[in-house]
Design a protein around this ligand. Structure first.
Ligand code: GCO
Length: 477
């Protein structure tokens, strides 16, 4: 059928995160983040890579913004590093950190690019980890609100779109179930408790925002992996529904309605894993409604029945070798299996544009809130060719099909505000180093000069520029 065009004013964007691009890890009074410490512990990241320099965006932001302007980008999503603003996590704000983001925001606005600011993209102040275990303590809720208020006060008149927490689901899963992010433990009770604190922090940020930035728009960003059933066997369907509830609704229901989903909650109570909830929490969560849901989409997952055979949370592929993703699941509930119908990336992520349409349909029918795609993209081993260019036709193909899925979702009734591709420049992958590249702009590193960091426009840069200029009409070509 004929698809409706993208709406006028659709935000064509691209995204990044502070730790993955900035560098300048101790510049102008910044305190260490948990990642500054964690990435330097042996064996934590791919070949010990860290963000001390990253792609040096802290010092090259003007060049990067000029490239965004050349591309015609309408929105740029970036995150603010909490320990740049509060080196100790709380107390007095650091003017050096605020001034950097002010320069960046002003540069974006000067080029007519809408800033979309993420308040928290995983780089908590190490001081708060040392003091009380960061997200494991309720004390973080007050400190997070204090930090958010400082930013709303300083930038509320310039920035219209705000994201509270980035991928709370992925970050806490890796922190407390997979032992891959700090504090790198495996403990389901601590997992649910830390998540409860993050929900409260999200709600407090939204409540403060309503006072300080009337007219602005705010919401969380969630990484949605739609769950498919491995077969029409009813046991597999139950498994997939449980996975949908435990891996998606658990977060989105709380953000959108303030309530934990019923059957997952019952299971946690039965298994002694439910978080402690205090008086007033339920009211706060119910009151703080987001204006939109930020959705990051990379892949779908297939689930089947898991008789009590002991499969627990397991590792995922950080090697870049295809075929090394083990089975993951919760005993008695579900476990993952490969999808025979889909190709996978070099990191074993199923490539599934229809999964994005399915995601948007599910999110819209369950929550009926506007959606901003805050991330979607393809990580690859891009190479600089002899002609000095980067021919990433595979990325164009990936983005094109996912954008067509967005267009279908719009026709299905999703109120889609915009699409931020991940990522604008190449950047540091938290666990996969600098070899996993996502950008429209290649950042050069050679063996002889690992810190060359020259910016080179990939083929996808020119393609996305034309997509934006045609408001998506180019996708039909
Ligand atoms: C990686 C990931 C990240 C995430 C992003 C999540 O390889 O490290 O893909 O880049 O997509 O940080 O919000």
């Amino acid at each position: 059928r004929q698809l409706a065009p993208f709406p006028e004013g659709f935000l064509w964007g691209a995204a990044s995160a502070a730790y993955q691009i900035e560098g300048g890890w101790n510049a102008d009074g910044k305190g260490p983040s948990v990642w500054d410490v964690f990435s330097k512990q042996p064996g934590r990241t791919y070949q010990g890579s860290n963000g001390d320099v990253a792609v040096d965006h802290y010092h090259r932001y003007q060049e990067d913004v000029a490239l965004m302007a050349e591309m015609g980008l309408m929105a740029y999503r970036f995150s603010i590093s909490w320990p740049r603003i509060f080196p100790q996590g709380r107390g007095e704000a650091n003017e050096g950190g605020l001034a950097f983001y002010e320069r960046l925001i002003d540069a974006l606005l000067a080029h007519g690019i809408e800033p979309v600011v993420t308040l928290y993209h995983w780089d908590a102040p190490q001081a708060l980890m040392d003091e009380y275990g960061a997200w494991e303590s309720r004390r973080i809720v007050d400190d997070f609100e204090h930090y958010c208020r400082a930013l709303f006060t300083r930038f509320g008149a310039k920035v219209r779109y705000w994201i509270t927490l980035n991928e709370q689901n992925i970050d806490t899963t890796r922190s407390f179930l997979l032992a891959k992010h700090p504090p790198a433990v495996r403990d389901r009770q601590r997992f649910y408790q830390a998540n409860h604190h993050a929900f409260l922090a999200n709600a407090r940020a939204i409540r403060a925002f309503r006072q300080l930035v009337p007219g602005g728009k705010i919401g969380p960003t969630f990484c949605y992996c739609p769950a498919y059933a491995a077969s029409s066997r009813p046991q597999d369907v139950v498994a997939a529904e449980s996975a949908e509830e435990f891996t998606n609704h658990w977060w989105l229901d709380v953000y959108a309605t303030g309530r934990y989903p019923a059957s997952a909650w019952a299971w946690l109570v039965e298994h002694g894993q439910a978080p402690r909830i205090e008086g007033g929490d339920a009211e706060l969560l119910a009151e703080a409604k987001p204006d939109f849901l930020g959705i990051n989409y990379y892949y779908s997952q297939v689930f089947e029945d898991n008789a009590l055979d002991g499969v627990g949370e397991t590792d995922f592929n950080t090697s870049g070798q295809k075929g090394s993703t083990p089975v993951n699941g919760v005993p008695g509930l579900y476990k993952t299996t490969a999808n025979p119908h889909l190709p996978t990336s070099n990191w074993d992520w199923a490539i599934d544009p229809d999964g994005l349409r399915i995601t948007l349909r599910r999110v819209t029918s369950r929550y009926n809130l506007p959606v901003l795609i805050t991330e979607n993209g393809l990580g690859e081993f891009d190479q600089l060719s002899d002609d000095g260019k980067v021919h990433d036709g595979y990325r164009i193909d990936y983005l094109r099909h996912h954008l067509l899925a967005c267009q279908q979702a719009i026709s299905d009734g999703t109120k889609l505000m915009g699409y931020c591709a991940w990522s604008f420049t190449d950047l540091l992958s938290w666990l996969n180093g600098y070899q996993k590249r996502y950008g429209f702009v290649y950042v050069n590193r050679t063996e002889t000069d690992p810190l060359d960091l020259a910016r080179i426009r990939k083929d996808s840069f020119y393609w996305y520029r034309d997509v934006i200029a045609s408001n998506g009409r180019k996708l039909a070509e």
